[in-house]
Design a protein around this ligand. Structure first.
Ligand SMILES: [Zn+2]
Length: 280
């Protein structure tokens, strides 16, 4: 079976964010990145798509990846709206002109696609609750249009049905996470020929951890798994992405777990990731 992970954060170690912040404070730590690339290669991985970081780690990883026979795609940093979720992974904008400036940097860094933090994060103690994200539908359309015109596909971190629908209608190329999605929205993903990376492992990994309500997590995952099964039946472009590097998700191990889970549900489609556009 082909081994790939369509959502990793090579900057992070899956355990201690503060420690990683220290590690990369004077620039991306090459030893950390090489050790992870080497572990992925050893485990047989040939494709990694990064979800971004704010220290330039994924850009360095991209420049080293050919030494490890890995096709490495990265947006560089993730782009988030000032005041909304995303400061741990990227850089912020407050209006469309500032977004345009960030897009110029994505171009200058020779990135592979644009990553937008398009919703808040889930509250694991209260079912259905997601933190606020203030990007409005018209702004979403402008952001995607500008990115597409610059030749970039757009990967959107998004939870919550309404926001997922808005981003898909604005032209998002992939929805990352996609928790709390209604069944009808799967038809929209299909119609738009978008990709969906459901990232199950990072949520499953929180069950039993102190400070996270296990019942809420179980309920979230049950609905999510139902959607993944439906998506596979509909022939949606499902990507295995583990969010490796995020809290409690170790690189390689987490990637293998997510891959096993997705290929179990969707056994015929382990090369979908190859259709993720290089540049438009
Ligand atoms: Zn992520």
């Amino acid at each position: 079976m082909v081994k790939y992970d369509a959502h990793v954060h090579i900057a992070l170690d899956g355990a201690d964010y503060k420690e990683m912040k220290r590690l990369h404070q004077d620039g991306p730590n090459e030893g950390h990145i090489r050790a992870l690339l080497s572990a992925y290669k050893e485990a047989g991985f040939t494709f990694l798509r990064d979800g971004g970081d704010k220290w330039g780690c994924s850009l360095l990883a991209k420049s080293l990846a050919s030494e490890y026979d890995i096709d490495y795609r990265t947006p560089g940093f993730a782009i988030y709206k000032k005041g909304s979720y995303g400061s741990i992974l990227g850089r912020s904008f407050s209006d469309i002109n500032e977004f345009k400036e960030l897009l110029e940097e994505v171009k200058k860094n020779n990135c592979d696609f644009v990553k937008i933090m398009g919703s808040g994060i889930m509250d694991f103690n209260e079912y259905g609750v997601i933190s606020e994200c203030t990007i409005l539908p018209d702004e979403m359309k402008d952001m995607i249009k500008m990115s597409h015109n610059a030749g970039f596909a757009v990967m959107v971190h998004c939870n919550g049905n309404e926001k997922i629908v808005n981003w898909l209608e604005a032209g998002a190329d992939s929805i990352e996470h996609g928790y709390y999605m209604d069944e009808d929205t799967l038809d929209l993903i299909k119609e738009k020929r978008a990709f969906w990376t459901p990232t199950v492992i990072p949520v499953a990994a929180l069950a039993g951890q102190p400070g996270f309500n296990e019942e809420v997590i179980k309920r979230i995952l049950q609905k999510h798994m139902e959607n993944i099964h439906k998506a596979a039946k509909l022939g949606i472009n499902l990507l295995s992405g583990s969010d490796a590097g995020s809290f409690m998700v170790p690189h390689v191990k987490g990637s293998l777990k997510e891959l096993a889970l997705i290929s179990d549900v969707d056994p015929g489609e382990d090369s979908t990731y190859l259709r993720w556009p290089r540049r438009l």
